[in-house]
Design a protein around this ligand. Sequence first.
Ligand code: GTR
Length: 326
Amino acid sequence: MFENFTKTLAGAAAIAVMAVTASADNWRGWNIHTDGYPNTVAMDKFAELLSEKTGGEITLQMFHGGTLGSQPDAVEQVRAGALEVGNFNLGPIGPIVAEANVVSLPFIFKDVPHMFRVLEGEGGAAIAAGMAAKGLTPLAWYDAGARSFYNGEKAINTPADVEGMKVRVMNNDLFTGMIAQLGGNPSPMAFAEVYQALKTGVVDGAENNWPSYESTGHFEVAGYYSLSQHLIIPECICVNTAAFDALSDDMKAAVTEAAQESATLQRELWAAREAASREAVEAGGVVVNEIADKGPFQSAMAPVYEAYFESNPDLRPLVELIQATE
Ligand code: GTR
């Protein structure tokens, strides 16, 4: 009997050890960018702050450079809990979360500060709630600047210049609609495939912000960058909603604080990198042009907005709220 009692004690101790081990969460995180990119540095900082602020109860192993797959796949993995964390652009999230898709309407934001003012208010709350309902809880917002068109043939000044051009876009019907309305042929494609596609002429052009245009080497194979600034889309540090909701209030606060400090760093690094990337590509021979009148690009987008309202009639007030935000 005494022997049995000892065995029970030993068993209980083993279970206790297992429970302690299991209570430390080891999260895995996805990021598409290369070493030194603002988001990569800031996600590493997030991992560091996460351990620090949770007293080691939550750790995060980051997988950079898209090694865990394309962005649309990674979004699904975080939703399903196969991964816990992702640094996502809201573009590829739009097809899953209607509220989050408003940020992918061309020319919806006046500039980046306008975007952040919206995200910090009621609009941001609606977007975040929509995302959490689909399994992606946004903890903080990153800056991704403005996206402009680039190609290897000519400067773009009017929608007519886009006519007949095959242009790579991120996966989202709003972006295929956007290119189609300009008379181009949209080609949705994973980020990792764009360099080769530009080089071999599978596509004529693409669109992105300064740092991505530079870090991917796209500028080497598509040397005309035209400042259309047609999309200003934020990015998130997103966490699997079930994993986040399972945390105590203290842990939730610690995780959120870590994400927000990471975002503060990312925005500082972003501003510096935008300037540095522009300088680097111009030194590499890229021809940059301002677009004197963006009006024709903006008015060409009316059918894109109409299509969005048709499939989401209840989201018109959210669009109007954004447009009315100073
Ligand atoms: C980048 C963004 C990535 C990815 C990429 C793309 O600017 O940071 O998350 O969305 O653009 O064009 O696919």
